[in-house]
Write a protein that binds this ligand. Structure first.
Ligand code: SF4
Ligand code: SF4
Length: 231
């Protein structure tokens, strides 16, 4: 089987169950300097995420196919080959205040814990981030994993100041998403960042925020729409 990385084609001359096994084979037998990240080899650490034929995959979970093209994740600085610098993840999470800000004593029921159990499964692989088309045109956009984490803490009963969470996601945040669903499709953990963003919009509305894109639409111009026309 052949797989392609950058402008090179590599022949894997043994049966491999995962893309990660193929990358390790290449490193051990063909290209000792090939750069790629991995950690747990079992889909838990999120380190080995790459793009395969343009779609984000964990190398340790994906079974490679003939002539697959492997590329690094998008939007992060490329360090070498398939290795990217994901250090900006921390900044994004910090910016949206994805943590308890004002702790209040509260016992969480099993139902409370279930509400954000899936978001807690995020392994920070950044597949969702790489899949998000908005970051291409607006690199300031907080992006899906940061907003999913924001949601987890926004609805946490132990948070005494929900508004501060909501305030933190108004600029280049919750309203910049196009709801395209690419992040949800890319997530290997079954997390649904798009739905979390919709929920954050609803909570934002309860705190008095509205979609700034809607506010700036010019209904009076060009399309024949009369804002006083009976709607
Ligand atoms: S749904 Fe929103 S956050 Fe997710 S990929 Fe699309 S634009 Fe990005
Ligand atoms: S939300 Fe899913 S795709 Fe995004 S970083 Fe977390 S585990 Fe990865």
């Amino acid at each position: 089987m052949k797989i392609n990385i950058a402008d090179k084609s590599y022949k894997i001359e043994k049966a491999v169950a995962t893309l990660l096994e193929a990358l390790i084979y290449i490193k051990e037998n063909i290209e000792p300097n090939l750069g790629f990240d991995y950690g747990c080899k079992s889909g838990v650490c999120g380190a080995c995420s790459v793009r395969v034929n343009g779609k984000e995959k964990l190398a340790c979970s994906y079974k490679p196919k003939e002539e697959d093209t492997i590329e690094p994740l998008k939007y992060y600085p490329q360090k070498r080959d398939l290795i990217v610098d994901k250090s900006s993840q921390k900044e994004l999470i910090k910016r949206v205040k994805a943590h308890i800000i004002n702790y209040k004593e509260e016992t969480l029921s099993p139902q409370d814990e279930l509400k954000t159990q899936i978001q807690s499964d995020c392994i920070l692989c950044s597949s969702c981030y790489s899949a998000c088309p908005v970051i291409e045109i607006n690199p300031q956009f907080a992006g899906p994993f940061a907003l999913t984490k924001s949601y987890k803490y926004t609805i946490d009963n132990r948070e005494a100041n929900q508004k501060e969470h909501i305030d933190a996601i108004q600029n280049s945040g919750v309203w910049d998403c196009t709801l395209c669903n690419e992040c949800t499709l890319a997530c290997p953990q079954g997390i649904d960042p798009k739905s979390d963003i919709v929920s954050l919009r609803n909570i934002s509305a309860k705190h008095g925020y509205t979609d700034p894109n809607f506010n700036t639409m010019n209904f009076g111009g060009g399309f024949g729409f009369d804002p006083n026309g009976g709607f």
